[in-house]
Every structure is written in C-alpha cells, then in structure tokens.
Design a protein around this ligand. Structure first.
Ligand code: DGT
Ligand code: CA
Ligand code: CA
Ligand code: ZN
Length: 578
C-alpha cells in the first residue's frame, strides 16, 4: 500500500469524524494525511524497519493514528474506518468534491433523503428535493447543481485568466486596508499555472488588532458565498464564483518563508526541504532554523540564498530542473511581462471578431504595442464568414489606408496583413498561393476534423507546415481547457518539423487555450524553434490576455530571444520564411 492510499483513508476518516461533530480529531487525521502525502519514504518501509515507533516519529502522527496505520499495513483494513463507513455509508470523496458540500451537509442529505453518492445528489437536486429541507432552499439547491456541473466539466479547477481579475481585485482591496502592510497572492496563482485549485493570500499586519479586523473584512467581502472558518491567523471561504480562498496573517519576520512555502509548488518545496536538511537546517513556513534558532525568514531571497540557491521566478518552481539550475547559477532569463512588441493573432469584425481593425489599433496603442497582425479566418470556415482571396485583398487595401493614416499621425503602430488560414483535411491550405504571397505573415490552423487519427492529423499539419508560404502554426493542439481535449497530434514530431521548415509555433494566450503547453514550449525552445505569443483576440479587451501567454512561455523557460513578437517588426519579418 503506498503513501497516497494510506493518506486517502486518513483523509476520509477525518471527513467522517467531522460529520459526527467530533472535536479536534478530524484535524489530527487531516494533518497526519498531509504529512504522509509528502513523506519521502514509504510508510510501509518505515513500519517494517522501525515498527510502531517509526510511525510515531512521522511528524504530526501521534500514537493513536500510528496504531491505525499499523493495523492498515498489517491487515489491509482499519476497523475504526469500516465502522465509520458503516454508520454513514456514503462516498465522501465524491461528495466533498462538489463545491459547497461539506461533511455536515453530506450527513444531513444522507439521513434525510438517502443521498449516498454523486449520482444520488444530482438526482435529488434535479427533483427539487434539496430545496425542501430545512435550512436549504432553492438557492443552495442551484448551487449544488452548479457545483456538480462544474465538477463534471473541469475536475474542479478554474482557468487562471478568467478568475485573475477578481483575484487581483481582492488582493488589492485587502492590501489597501489600513493596518495591512503587505498582501501577496501565493500558490498556483503566483506561479501562474494554467488552472487554479484555490487562492492563497498572505498578509502582514501592523498589530494583532489589525489582523483581527482584516479577517473580519475578508469573510464579509461581497464575493464570499460561504465561510468555512475564521481565525486569528487563517480564514477560509468559498467565493460566489465557486473558488475557495484562504487568507493567512503571517508574522513579518516570517513573511519571506511563508511566501516561499505557500507559493510552492509542493514538489519544489519538498526538494528545498531536503537541501535544508543536508545543510543541517530546518525549513518551514516560519523560516529557516538552525536548531531552535531562526536564522532567516523575512524575505524570499534570503531563504533561497541560505540554501545555496539564487532566487527564482515563481513560474519556474515546479521541480523541473530549476533547483539544479539555481545551484549552478544557470537559471534562464525568462521573457518578461513587458517584452512583447506585437500581437500576431487578432480576429476582427471582418469575420467572427466583435471589433473593427481601428478599434484594435486604438487598444494596441494604449497597450504600447508596435505592431498587430490581423488574422481573420478564411473561406472554408463558413460559420465565421471566413474571407476568400477577394476578401483578403479588400482587407489588405483597408489596412494600407489605416497604415497611411497612422504614419501621418506619427504613430509608431503598424498594422500587418495576415490570415488564420484553414488547413484542409488533406493538408492543403484553403487560400491560393498568389494571395498568400501578398500577406505579411501567413498563419495556419486546424479548425475541423479534430477526430482524425494521430498519424493522419500529424501528417495533415506537417504537409501544411511544409507549404513555403506558411510562417506560423496557430494553436498547435486545438485544446480548450475544461472543454475539449487536444487533437491527437504528435507534438514532438511537429516541433521537429518546425525546426526543419523554420515554422514558428504559437503559444496561444487565450486563457482556456494556452497551447503550446509549457513542457512543449520548453522542448521547442531547446531545439531552437521560434515561438510567437498571441492573444487570439476576438474582442479588443482580449489583447490583455497576452499576459497569460507570456506566463505560459515563462513556465516553459522561454526567453525573449525565442519569441519573434518580442522583436522589432523588421527583424521579425526578416526571420519569417516566406
Ligand atoms: P492549487 O491550489 O491546487 O492550484 O495549487 P497550489 O500550488 O496553490 O496548492 P495549495 O493551495 O494546495 O497549497 C499552496 C502551497 O502550499 C503549495 O503550492 C505548496 C504549499 N503546500 C501545500 N501543501 C503542502 C505539503 O503538503 N507539503 C509542502 N511542502 N508544501 C505544501
Ligand atoms: Ca492554491
Ligand atoms: Ca490553499
Ligand atoms: Zn475566430
């Protein structure tokens, strides 16, 4: 039995005990489960070598829980757990995964209407049975249904770019509150992951009273739907958007250590802790300690430094080689959030975008961009009113006019002519060569036939990449996060062909696309393939999404020199093959 399985049972015992309103014990089981999850050595091996004593020596595992683990290892069962399950025979793991459903609710739903699992819960909600229970109501029933739908579609994770505005708003509001000295969002949001489980906000305050006050403010924010707990150092809530959010007040002298710890990732932290141990130190969320004495903790840099590491960007902290790189002073200089000079994918109201070319021009000037490439869809994508050869020619004349106007106004912005040319099922492009020839940049993309076999779709894309007019392959895998899996394309092969054919691969910044994924972006960069980072805007407000594409590239260790739209326009155009 591996550590994960043992931890899972301990977590479940904790949930069952919360159902029974037992004090303290649920938390003890939860803490033990967490400790075991992150343990290096197998619990079974520890028991074999050191017996019960070894189990008790696992941090946070006391004698009582150690006995249960021993029973589990020896007999494959814990009687206590079996009894708890018998008493309330429900699928806790399934049910607690639904937003807004905790142990107490599970118990009532079971006792009063016999809900045992997710399917029962959905049926009961659909039949309007939950709203009739005392203390529930139509709203809680709707919330439960929404929770089930979300769970089904997403595994309970939120798309970073879609929740970021609200997260930043909360971070700012808390940070601006009198008595709050610092407020920084940590966790996967600070690492700018594609999707987010929950929010982790850290603050330091000027006095315990200010700490109390900020907790009060936090749990009463208008965004809050449910308060799980409110305490002097930690409060947890669920927001109306369904996401859980924790606020922690940490001592100022520990802020750096806390920020480091709660930024994670967990795997990164585990490696750091190993390094600390090798140096005879102890690292936790309060600081770095030698014996009982805290030696650093106030800022992150010093925490890394004392472990012999250079400070590194949160986007790199995934235990994917960054620790070794930091030890050897070989961290990449990843692309910065202000490094893009242009945006190379924009759809306008010539096809399925909502805004005119001029609207985008105005917005791009506000953002300080130097060029934008207009890439409307092409004719075989009929539902978007894709442009044919004549349409592209007409649009080209309009772009010429806009550019003359911009020049007359001494604007440095330049509009480039492009298209998001459809790759047909046989790998040909749906626009004739002489029209492609007249565009500044030709981008290609798959928009149909997603279900083709791996070999067929890979060959189809490769054939299109080999077209001498092709410059960029847009959204190379076609996935929509939480909605549609990628097509079965062989990405490694596409990267090799990109190298051969000098095709640029796109990191799409649209929050629920974000292909090329970080690991493939990194692979491409390592092979010398150039990338572009594009918003895929269908509305002027979408130009702001560039940030999330940059984040994706940063997580793939991509540097400024690898990204063609971080270059000045002339250099960028010269590099392209056609
Ligand atoms: P999420 O919320 O699933 O998107 O991902 P994170 O990374 O925000 O994870 P979360 O919220 O569970 O915890 C925040 C950070 O706290 C995590 O990145 C690292 C740290 N952390 C959490 N649990 C553990 C643990 O068991 N061991 C260690 N070493 N660190 C942990
Ligand atoms: Ca989190
Ligand atoms: Ca958290
Ligand atoms: Zn479109």
């Amino acid at each position: 039995m591996d550590n994960k399985e043992i931890a899972k049972i301990l977590y479940e015992i904790s949930e069952y005990l919360s159902m029974e309103d037992v004090p303290f014990k649920p938390r003890a089981y939860e803490r033990a489960a967490m400790a075991i999850e992150e343990l290096e050595n197998r619990v079974e091996d520890i028991y074999k070598k050191e017996g019960l004593e070894g189990l008790i020596n696992i941090p946070t595992v006391g004698k009582g829980i150690a006995e249960r683990i021993k029973e589990l290892i020896r007999t494959g069962k814990i009687r206590y757990y079996e009894q708890l399950k018998k008493k309330t025979p429900v699928k806790v793991d399934e049910l607690t995964a639904v937003e807004g459903v905790g142990p107490k609710i599970i118990k009532r739903l079971y006792k009063e209407i016999g809900v045992k699992n997710l399917i029962d819960l959905e049926k009961a909600a659909m039949a309007g049975k939950i709203r009739k229970l005392e203390g529930f109501g139509q709203k809680s029933e709707e919330n439960i249904l929404r929770g089930i739908n979300f769970l089904k579609s997403s595994g309970g994770r939120f798309v970073l770019g879609f929740i970021m505005p609200e997260v930043r708003e909360i971070e700012k509001r808390i940070g601006d509150f009198p008595g709050v000295k610092k407020a920084i969002i940590a966790g996967s949001i600070r690492r700018m992951k594609e999707t987010i489980g929950d929010g982790d906000l850290l603050v330091t305050v000027s006095s315990p009273r200010a700490g109390q006050k900020i907790m009060e403010i936090f749990v009463n924010m208008p965004e809050v739907m449910h308060v799980y707990s409110q305490g002097p150092t930690k409060s947890s809530v669920r927001l109306k958007n369904g996401m859980d959010f924790d606020l922690r007040v940490v001592p100022e002298e520990s802020f750096g250590a806390a920020l480091q710890y709660f930024t994670g990732s967990k795997d990164h932290n585990i490696e750091l802790r190993k390094i600390a141990i090798k140096k005879g130190l102890k690292l936790n969320e309060y600081g770095v300690f030698r014996g009982k004495k805290m030696i650093v903790g106030k800022n992150e840099e010093e925490v890394y430094k004392i472990l012999g590491l250079k400070w590194m960007e949160p986007e790199l902290r995934e235990n994917a080689g960054e620790i070794e790189a930091a030890q050897n002073n070989r961290l990449p200089k990843i692309i910065g959030y202000n490094d893009l000079q242009g945006d190379l994918q924009i759809q306008t109201n010539w096809t399925d975008g909502s805004n005119s070319i001029e609207d985008y021009v105005e917005e791009a000037i506000k953002l300080g961009l130097e060029y934008i490439l207009i890439t409307d869809h092409t004719k075989s994508l009929a539902m978007t009113h894709g442009l044919d050869e004549r349409g592209l020619a007409r649009q080209g004349r309009e772009i010429d006019k806009i550019n003359s106007k911009l020049k007359a106004q001494n604007s440095k912005l330049r509009v480039l002519k492009g298209a998001e040319v459809n790759i047909l099922k046989d790998g040909r492009l749906d626009i004739k060569d002489d029209t492609l020839h007249k565009l500044d940049v030709v981008a290609i993309a798959v928009h149909s036939g997603f279900k083709m076999s791996k070999r067929d779709i890979t060959e189809r894309i490769i054939k299109a990449m080999k077209n001498p007019h092709t410059d960029i392959l847009f959204h190379p895998t076609g996935r929509l996060i939480n909605q549609r899996p990628p097509y079965e394309v062989d990405v490694e092969k596409i990267i090799r062909v990109a190298k051969e054919t000098k095709t640029v691969l796109e990191v799409n910044a649209y929050p629920n696309r974000l292909d090329l994924k970080d690991e493939y972006a990194r692979m491409a960069k390592n092979m010398g393939v150039k990338l572009s980072i594009d918003s895929d805007a269908h509305h002027v407000s979408h130009l702001h999404f560039l940030e999330f594409g940059i984040a994706q590239a940063r997580r793939g260790w991509v540097e400024k020199k690898d990204v063609i739209n971080a270059w000045p326009v002339e250099k960028m155009l010269k590099m392209l093959k056609h």
